[in-house]
Design a protein around this ligand. Structure first.
Ligand code: SAH
Ligand code: SF4
Length: 372
């Protein structure tokens, strides 16, 4: 029998299990309940991946654990560093699927942009991820794994109390997080656990294209910050740019925002608005945006369109972006323009992965069976 070089791992992954699930595993092994807390500490506070190094556990117990379990990380297919300090990892999971994760350092914070799916089932016309054919949900382990891998790369173990380089998490990578709610919720509960990675819900932002029926639950159960990919002020245009709008139109979406649990002037909902030249960037639309947001504790995030090969749009000009921002600002909404980061490493949503797929596709262009 031939064994492949990467023999299939049959041991169970511990990363991504809830405390309750970890406890059930330990009970099944006949271990005392306090082992759960010790293990949790090694995995999520210390970041240890080698079970043999978990020295508060007896040697015999470590050996028994290592027979049954692994503490892993997604593997890195490519790692890139931008001149501006942005780092990007293209992750490859056990089944060969890929997703990406980006760390963006700023003066007062460091934000990790996490993916929730491989690809996306939605087809927003300006988004490169939406053009990728293969889609699957990421598991809780694969989502938490992105945070842990970034911590590895930043050298941030044990979980620091302050002076962290990874202070914030945004679910703004590939995929629609509210279409993979259960795994995203399981992962975020682990990320927020005080005895582990310990990131506050106030530092976590979930971005959705507008899966209205899941928004309230997200607020009630996770209480993280909410960002809405708005991008248009009329149903007519939003139906085209963000097609899920046909199912959940603007009025319903804005009502869900108005009643989002925990939203207040101190914790505003972010409305993301991609600036597309001649499509959605007129002063009239800026004024309509202000009218739409009335009554919602909101801030606006203007995102200059990130072009990709074959994209049907162009980035709005600087003057148009400034005029739009001024109108929104003058109405009392903070409306920073997101500075493009990591452009030299294609850090925008979906771009590195597509680049890798394209390269493989051209190398394998004669084998149509190769899904890309
Ligand atoms: N699926 C979720 C989260 C991932 S996308 C959502 O749509 O909200 C994160 C943000 O990047 C969204 O606001 C999305 O609309 C925006 N985005 C996608 N492609 C973009 C591009 N090419 N240029 C600028 N922003 C883009
Ligand atoms: Fe999916 Fe978000 Fe891209 Fe739309 S913008 S295709 S929802 S990842």
């Amino acid at each position: 029998m031939e064994t492949s070089p990467a023999a299939a791992e049959t041991r169970k992954e511990l990363v991504g299990l809830s405390r309750a699930a970890l406890a059930a595993e330990m009970t099944a092994m006949g271990a005392e309940p306090f082992r759960v807390r010790q293990l949790w500490h090694w995995i999520y506070n210390r970041g240890v991946t080698d079970i043999a190094a978990m020295t508060t556990l007896s040697k015999a117990f470590r050996a028994a654990l290592a027979e049954r379990y692994v503490v892993g990380r997604p593997s890195v297919a490519r790692a890139l560093a931008s001149l501006d300090g942005t780092r990007k990892w293209l992750l490859r999971f056990a089944d060969g699927q890929e997703a990406e994760c980006v760390h963006i350092p700023e003066e007062d914070r460091g934000t990790l942009c996490v993916s929730s799916q491989v690809g996306c089932t939605l087809t927003c016309t300006f988004c490169h991820t939406g053009t990728q054919r293969l889609v699957r949900n990421l598991t809780a382990a694969e989502i938490v794994g992105q945070v842990m891998l970034a911590r590895d790369a930043l050298g941030e173990w044990p979980s620091p109390q302050d002076d962290r380089q990874l202070t914030n998490i945004v679910l703004m990578g590939m995929g629609e997080p509210l279409f993979n709610y259960d795994n995203v919720a399981a992962a975020l509960k682990i990320v927020m656990d005080h005895e582990g990675l310990s990131l506050s819900r106030r530092k976590i932002t979930l971005s959705t294209s507008g899966v209205v029926p899941m928004i309230r639950r997200c607020g009630e159960e996770l209480a993280v910050n909410l960002a809405i990919s708005l991008h248009a002020v009329t149903d007519e245009l939003r139906d085209v740019l963000v097609p899920i709008n046909r199912k959940y139109p603007l009025a319903e979406l804005l009502e869900a925002c108005r009643t989002y649990p925990g939203a207040s002037n101190a914790r505003r909902i972010t409305f993301e608005y991609v600036m597309l030249k001649g499509v959605n960037d007129s002063p009239a639309e800026a004024r309509a945006l202000v009218r739409l947001l009335a009554g919602i504790p909101a801030k606006v995030n203007l995102i200059p369109f990130n072009p990709w090969p074959g994209a049907p749009y162009e980035r709005s000009g600087e003057a148009a972006i400034k005029e739009f921002a001024d109108i929104v600002n003058d109405a009392g909404y903070s409306s920073p323009v997101r500075t493009p980061r990591g452009e030299d490493i294609m850090a925008a949503c979906g771009q590195l992965k597509s680049d890798s797929v394209r390269k493989r596709k051209s190398a394998l262009s004669a084998t149509p069976a190769e899904a890309g």
